[in-house]
Design a protein around this ligand. Structure first.
Ligand SMILES: [Zn+2]
Length: 113
């Protein structure tokens, strides 16, 4: 499962950061996840909860910030909203839309004790 490897990756990163700061516990993890990142939030939360057992991130809450999809059309150079990967420009009907935003998966901050 894709989300499980992401959850493990997040736990890895935040745990080493928490250890570096000699924290006892991670309270909250703030994540930025793009609408186009292909991540099911429910599934990620479920995997995170399961995978964080007996780690510093056990019991930490996930605060998820969704980043909407955006793109630039190569034909008319307008910025457009994108909600999937196969995108036709609503302004000119062109296919050359480059995704500029929405594929993020970032840890924005963590709150530790
Ligand atoms: Zn266009």
């Amino acid at each position: 499962m894709h989300e499980m490897s992401i959850a493990l990756n997040i736990i890895d990163i935040v745990s080493s950061q928490a250890r570096a700061e000699q924290a006892q516990k991670i309270n909250q993890i703030e994540l930025e996840i793009g609408e186009l990142a292909g991540i099911m939030i429910d599934s990620l939360e479920f995997c995170f909860e399961a995978a964080s057992k007996n780690t510093l991130a056990d019991g930490a809450s996930l605060s998820i910030i969704r980043i909407p999809g955006k793109g630039i059309c190569h034909h008319c150079h307008n910025e457009i909203d994108v909600d999937n990967f196969i995108t036709v420009c609503p302004n000119c009907g062109g296919f050359g839309v480059e995704i500029t935003q929405g594929k993020e998966l970032k840890i924005r901050s963590i709150n530790i004790d």
